[in-house]
Write a new protein. Structure first.
Length: 95
């Protein structure tokens, strides 16, 4: 079992990680997909023959979102291990 200070540190780090990832997601989906579409479309290259801004608006933001989820899962597994939290322990304590 974690003491109060350990729980507080665990959730502080979890919330910080989520905050950073949500900011990245917002910048990619809203920024690249909506605000800067025209500027990205004017870049001298494209992605598979598709203008960069259009690609971000249609597919890029979704792909980045899925990658952010995978990163969150990987990072939280490391954080759980650091604090000695396992899924089995959580199951036992909730029953």
């Amino acid at each position: 079992m974690l003491d109060v200070d350990q729980r507080r540190e665990y959730w502080r780090r979890n919330v910080r990680l989520m905050s950073v990832l949500l900011v990245i997601w917002a910048l990619v989906s809203f920024g690249a997909g909506i605000l800067f579409v025209d500027q990205l479309n004017d870049l001298p290259f494209d992605i598979f023959g598709i203008p960069v801004g259009f690609w971000f608006a249609q597919q890029g933001s979704i792909i980045i979102f899925v990658l952010l989820i995978a990163f969150y899962v990987w990072r939280m597994d490391k954080l759980d291990a650091e604090f000695g939290i396992t899924e089995y322990e959580q199951e036992v304590h909730h029953r």
